[in-house]
Design a protein around this ligand. Structure first.
Ligand code: BES
Ligand code: MN
Ligand code: ZN
Length: 499
């Protein structure tokens, strides 16, 4: 679906439908809604008076215009209480509108105003970004494997802004929202793909293709190159797989920023996690196709960062590996030596994410990063602690942690901090090697992060455990459909814009 911006009066805009809004408790609408109401001879006022539409958040009402205005329909969308509306409410309202119209058979092209930039007083560019995000995120479908396509009938959404003065801000906001939403779609596509299609070589190839389109530098290391560099902790995980592991490196270095210390994003890219020799139980194993959700988020974020040409150097890496049981597979009790020379004892081959990240975190030290943020579907425990509401945040640097919390509030992709006390290291001390890859259940979230921290090399670092966030068995609001959520992209773009 296309999204555009024009200057004009939405009441006079010709299209299959125009979208205007209403706050809860308003009986006589003003602004664009008021103008449309007047043109319709008070139809909206009468609808409110009837009690059939109250402006409650996420509610909608569809009206037919009987040729009183150029548009064939008016969709009213409720914004809830004016004092409570924020950019997340705007995103949701735009998503509800898009979703409602996608189901309305006769609507192909529609127009909308920017919700919230009027009396609610939200920042125009931010509200416009939210409108674009909500609109595009709501119409995502992963139907490539169904021969009968349930096509989304929508082909365009035009954002109509009355004020000439605000047009530049609206255009900039919509552009930003569009770049971010399309990148979220990329991530959702990657996470949705089945593991027989999206194995490490394919994941890296798709990322490279994206990089070429966007103008990012890309490098992929195969197993031979990784062996030469001593990335043997990562390679141990790949031993049982017939699919070659790949280490992906994407770089955004805009002119004038080539030599600055980069922000590094590092993703866990396990294209399928059987658990290896520490085999997982069968019933829910299919879900482990989303075990590359961290890599997916990094790839999506790099796409948006490149398209937006953010004025900052950012490097994204992803450790792409398949974790399979096999006669050649690594085993519990194996001891492996990684890139830094540090040794690790394998307690569970199912704690493979921290292993592939160990060498990724060692590798990125060469970039002299200003900060490193890793994203990983690392533990089942994070979902026990936080449900599917917030991802887990672990950091050894207060400024980075605060920047991530701020990005989490700004993007709506929420995080919650966990402790990183030195005492948590006790659980991962090994009798045989320097560390072991599982510290048991008690405090297992913090000890998993301590394992990762052990392989960082002095730079500010944060770990996001997003195992609970990358996939949802039900729709989480109109902008987040069932299935792959694309979590992390909005958050990382916000972070890269702020630090
Ligand atoms: N990919 C899983 C984590 C996971 C579990 C994600 C459930 C989403 C849903 C990870 O590799 C894993 O298996 N973690 C183990 C670690 C344990 C063996 C220390 C876990 O959480 O059980
Ligand atoms: Mn595992
Ligand atoms: Zn895993």
């Amino acid at each position: 679906m296309e999204i555009r911006v024009v200057q004009g009066n939405i009441a006079q805009f010709e299209s299959d439908c125009i979208v205007v809004n209403l706050f809860e408790g308003v009986s006589a609408p003003g602004g664009a809604t008021g103008a449309v109401d007047q043109a319709l001879g008070g139809a909206i006022t009468r609808l409110i008076a009837s009690g059939d539409f109250t402006g409650k958040a996420e509610s909608t009402a569809l009206l037919y215009t009987d040729d009183k205005i150029p548009a064939a329909r008016v969709l009213l969308v409720g914004l809830g209480q004016a004092e409570k509306l924020d950019r997340h409410g705007v995103r949701r309202a735009a998503a509800v509108a898009a979703k409602t119209l996608a189901k309305t058979g006769g609507v192909e092209n529609y127009a909308t105003i920017v919700h919230g930039a009027g009396i609610a007083g939200l920042d125009t560019a931010q509200a416009s970004q939210s409108v674009a995000e909500g609109t595009l995120l709501a119409v995502y479908q992963a139907t490539q494997y169904k021969r009968e396509q349930k096509a989304v009938g929508l082909s365009s959404c035009t954002v109509v802004e009355f004020s000439q003065d605000k047009l530049d801000e609206v255009t900039a906001g919509v552009k930003r929202g569009e770049a971010i939403a399309r990148a979220v779609h990329t991530t959702r596509d990657l996470v949705s793909e089945p593991p027989n299609v999206l194995f490490p070589v394919e994941l890296a190839a798709r990322a490279r293709q994206m990089a070429e389109e966007v103008g990012l530098k890309s490098t992929v290391l195969g197993e031979a190159a990784m062996r030469e560099m001593g990335m043997n902790i990562l390679l141990a995980v790949s031993k049982g797989s017939a699919n070659e592991a790949q280490f992906l490196i994407l770089e955004h270095a805009p002119a004038g920023h080539e030599d600055e210390q980069p922000l590094v994003l590092a993703g866990k890219g396990i294209t399928f996690d059987t658990g290896g020799i520490s085999l997982k139980a069968g019933a829910e194993m299919w879900r482990m196709k989303n075990d590359m959700g961290g890599a997916g988020a990094v790839i999506g974020a790099m796409e948006a960062i490149g398209r937006l040409n953010l004025p900052r150097r950012v490097i994204g890496v992803a450790a792409c590996v398949e974790n399979m049981p096999d006669g050649l597979a690594f085993r519990p009790a194996d001891i492996v030596t990684g890139m830094t020379g540090k040794t690790a004892e394998i307690i569970s081959t199912d704690a493979e994410g921290r292993l592939v990240l160990a060498d990724a975190l060692a590798y990125v030290a060469r970039f002299n990063p200003s900060a490193v943020v890793d994203l990983a579907t690392l533990t089942g425990a994070v979902g026990i602690a936080l449900g599917k509401v917030r991802g887990g945040l672990f950091s050894n640097n207060e400024a980075l942690q605060n920047a991530l919390l701020a990005a989490s509030e700004a993007s709506g992709e929420k995080l919650w901090p966990f402790p990183m006390d030195e005492e948590y290291v006790e659980a991962i001390k090994s009798d045989m090697a320097e560390v072991k890859n599982s510290g048991g259940r008690g405090g297992g979230l913090s000890s998993s992060a301590k394992f990762l921290e052990h392989f960082t090399e002095g730079y500010p670092w944060a770990h996001l455990d997003i195992a609970n966030m990358v996939w949802s068995d039900m729709e989480k609001g109109a902008e987040i459909p069932k299935g792959a959520t694309g979590y992390g992209v909005r958050l990382l773009v916000e972070l890269a814009s702020a630090i």
